[in-house]
Write a protein that binds this ligand. Structure first.
Ligand code: BTN
Length: 324
């Protein structure tokens, strides 16, 4: 492990650590410790330095730890998790798995990173992925079916994320079609599915999930939409390794169920969490903006909208709430 990773692992408990003790534990000089602390601060981590006491994280953040994550995964789900790679930094966890998939990686291979240098969002956006406690998780799945049959998968994935959040004590969030997780109208988590394959199958899907856990305003200044994080929603930073373990268990359950029964088992739950049902919305497509009333989703996961008295279904586009 490199010095920054070791320092972060030691500071993760949120207690004071003296510079002297840290230098002994890491077997490096005091100035190397100081340099490491400055680098972590420059990466966005808030660290207090108090004379006579040492260094302390402003908010305790659990560093990602593979063993602790595995402990939080159900034995059933573990059967479908051939590999879990925990990285310090990746360009994009989705990109990493898309590459591995080309070289024959097994279905279920998952990976995480503490920081992404080129995180990807939906519709060609960047997913701002600073260091300091968020979740950047991807998992790769292989399907016999072709991409066309996987239309509802992104909605089912949102239900899996919602289940995991609820199981870790998070409430007060809703879903925005097709798969955004929002709280108070602000983005809390996003899902990006990248699909490769022939029309008739098989298909490879990389499912990427980004959850804002602790996002500093400074690191988030380039985010081009209203955002929030779990810290603001529940007033604390949840134990990340448990959150990720529960999330992987829910994802694996969902993918197994989806392979057998498609979107149907998830539809009612998605509709219960629908942030926009019955509300006036605008749907921006590549060509135009369509205004109407949101009426839930159809069995394929398309957005149903009442437009000028007619019920229409939309398979893609970006939805926003229109001021009444
Ligand atoms: C969105 O725009 O709402 C989707 C965001 C998805 C972000 C996650 S973070 C982990 C994975 N790796 C990426 O590069 N993107 C996804």
């Amino acid at each position: 492990m490199k010095i920054l990773e070791q320092l972060f692992a030691l500071l993760g408990d949120g207690r004071f650590h003296s510079g002297e003790r840290l230098s002994q534990q890491l077997d490096v000089s005091r100035s190397s410790v100081w340099n490491g602390i400055e680098k972590l601060k420059a990466m966005g981590l808030e660290i207090y330095a108090v004379k006579g006491q040492g260094y302390k994280l402003a908010e305790p953040v659990e560093p990602l730890n593979k063993e602790h994550i595995l402990q939080a995964i159900t034995p059933e789900a573990k059967l479908h998790l051939p590999h879990l790679d925990v990285h310090w930094s990746l360009d994009s966890t989705n990109q990493y798995l898309m590459e591995l998939a080309k070289y024959g990686a097994e279905s279920g291979h998952a990976c995480l990173a503490e920081i992404q240098t080129a995180g990807r969002g939906r519709r060609g956006r960047t997913w701002i992925s600073p260091f300091g406690g968020n979740v950047y998780l991807s998992q790769m799945w292989r399907f016999q079916a072709g991409p066309a049959q996987l239309g509802g998968l992104s909605l089912a994935t949102a239900v899996a994320v919602a289940r995991a959040l609820r199981k870790t004590g998070v409430q007060g969030f809703a879903l925005k079609w097709p798969n955004d997780i929002v709280a108070g109208g602000k983005k809390l988590a996003g899902i990006l599915l990248e699909i490769a394959g022939e029309a008739a199958g098989p298909a490879t899907v990389v499912c990427g999930i980004g959850i804002n856990v602790l996002l500093k305003a400074e690191s988030a200044r380039d985010i081009d939409q209203p955002w929030t994080d779990l810290y603001h929603l529940i007033g604390a930073v949840p134990p990340r390794n448990r959150l990720v373990g529960v999330l992987l268990s829910e994802l694996i359950n969902m993918y197994t169920e989806f392979k057998a029964n498609g979107l149907q088992p998830f539809l009612a739950e998605w509709q219960q969490l629908d942030a926009f049902y019955g509300k006036p919305v605008e749907l921006s497509t590549h060509e135009n903006v369509i205004r109407g009333i949101a009426r839930g989703v159809d069995p394929q996961g398309a957005l149903k909208m009442e437009v000028g008295g007619t019920l229409r279904a939309f398979h893609s586009g970006e939805i926003s709430l229109r001021p009444a």
